[in-house]
Design a binder for this molecule. Structure first.
Ligand code: ADP
Length: 403
């Protein structure tokens, strides 16, 4: 059989195309070739496709070998690692031999507590062909963990092949940890002298009163406001760093929410004569939780409602209850929150942008703490808002909860 690929020139256009020429000899009884029987097939398209594929494979190879980021090729539903570039091997300590033996898969190199993130990433890959960069950790060959940023795309559907891109995220994580440690240390360092200062002023104030110097005592008492404000800010900083470290402690006791809310609104009304606080409805019986932390939630929501509605006269609190839950709505008629920022306001240190928001001071810690406390109570918080009209924060808490 004769088989040969060749380029033939079209006599009219002068253009070359690839052909596959095949020929089979036809022999006589003595075995002598008498003629050739052959075909000539235009395989130009096929050649072009092959060439394009080769080029794209070369490009992918160049990308993988670039070693700017870690890249792995994963097979099947479990994401078995079959190929990895030097950058990935360097980051994790695995070897080409580990890849060849197909001993590793996504589950094996992912810390168990991150498994749920990965599950979500896989769902995203199934739905959209790729997943957004995910902050996670990879378990290295020596068992240590490396913070990484991972993204994946489906490369081939059947049999399934995905490619994952991995960026060493340890420098950023370390910086974050240092910032957290700084906040924790700073809040403790600030708290100690403040406590001493508070005690001293109280002592001096009492002494002045005993010495019948009421004017001096009054002057000194003006320090109360700023000292309280500092105490609150430092307290919030401490809370944020405790939440971050998973060390914020919660009591678990019966809370008379109705009485708690009444106490809070009365205090808030006294200290904020600019607004009228209107409370409607009831929440009835008690629920299980931490009274101080729950108090912190509603003090925060009410003070935000007042703070972010400088031109309004009222702030309303609506209470209602069902058999399973209690609902508390805090409504203001203030500046509102732009739609795209509504989810972000519950994040740590997030403050809405915009000139009206920026003009009102704050550190972006309150709602983060609020959301965390509510979460720990098994509840939810949502916000509804119209820019220039006002916002409503809705807190739903379960009445009973498993310990
Ligand atoms: P802070 O008020 O200290 O900035 P918070 O965590 O309490 O921090 O709130 C985060 C952001 O959410 C605020 O910066 C503000 O922009 C926005 N916000 C909170 N409550 C309201 C409200 N009632 N009306 C309008 N914006 C609000």
């Amino acid at each position: 059989m004769y088989e040969h690929e060749e380029r033939l020139r079209n006599g009219q256009t002068g253009a070359y195309r690839w052909f596959l020429t095949r020929g089979a000899p036809v022999r006589d009884e003595a075995g002598q070739i008498v003629k050739w029987f052959g075909t000539c097939t235009d395989i130009d398209e096929q050649k072009r496709t092959e060439e394009a594929l080769r080029q794209s494979q070369e490009r992918i190879r160049a990308l993988i070998d670039s070693n700017i980021i870690g890249i792995t090729c994963n097979e099947g539903e479990e994401g078995v690692l079959v190929e990895a570039n030097e950058a990935f091997l360097h980051m994790t300590g695995y070897t080409q031999e580990d890849m060849r033996s197909k001993a590793l898969n996504r589950v094996k190199i992912t810390p168990p507590e991150h498994a749920s993130f990965f599950q979500r990433a896989i769902q995203e890959v199934n739905a959209r062909g790729q997943h957004a960069p995910l902050e996670t950790e990879v378990i290295c060959k020596d068992g240590s963990r490396l913070p990484v940023l991972v993204g994946s795309v489906i490369f081939q559907k059947r049999p399934r092949q995905t490619i994952s891109f991995m960026l060493d995220n340890s420098a950023r994580k370390e910086l974050e940890q240092r910032k957290d440690a700084f906040i924790s240390m700073a809040s403790h360092e600030l708290k100690t002298p403040l406590t001493a200062l508070k005690l001293q002023t109280q002592l001096v104030q009492k002494r002045l009163e005993r010495q019948s110097l009421p004017e001096a005592a009054t002057a000194l008492s003006r320090m109360d406001g700023p000292v309280k404000q500092l105490e609150r800010l430092i307290g919030e900083l401490l809370d944020v760093s405790k939440i971050q470290a998973g060390r914020l402690e919660y009591l678990q006791e019966a809370v008379d929410l109705e009485a708690l809310l009444q106490e809070i609104t009365e205090t808030m009304q006294q200290t904020n004569p600019s607004h009228t606080l209107v409370v409607r409805g009831t929440v009835g019986t008690s629920l299980l939780g931490d009274p101080d932390r729950l108090g912190q939630v509603f003090t925060n929501l009410l003070s935000n409602a007042i703070k972010y509605s400088p031109d309004a006269e009222t702030v309303e609190m609506d209470l209602s209850a069902s058999e399973e839950t209690v609902t508390i709505r805090v409504r203001d008629h203030g500046i509102g929150i732009p739609r795209e920022q509504r989810d972000k306001i519950f994040e740590r240190f997030y403050r809405a942008t915009g000139p009206r928001q920026r003009a009102i001071p704050g550190l972006g810690m309150g709602l983060y703490i609020v959301a965390q406390i509510i979460k720990r109570h098994g509840g939810t918080i949502t916000v509804d808002s119209a820019v220039g009209k006002g916002s409503t924060f809705t807190v739903i808490l379960p009445r009973k909860r498993d310990a």
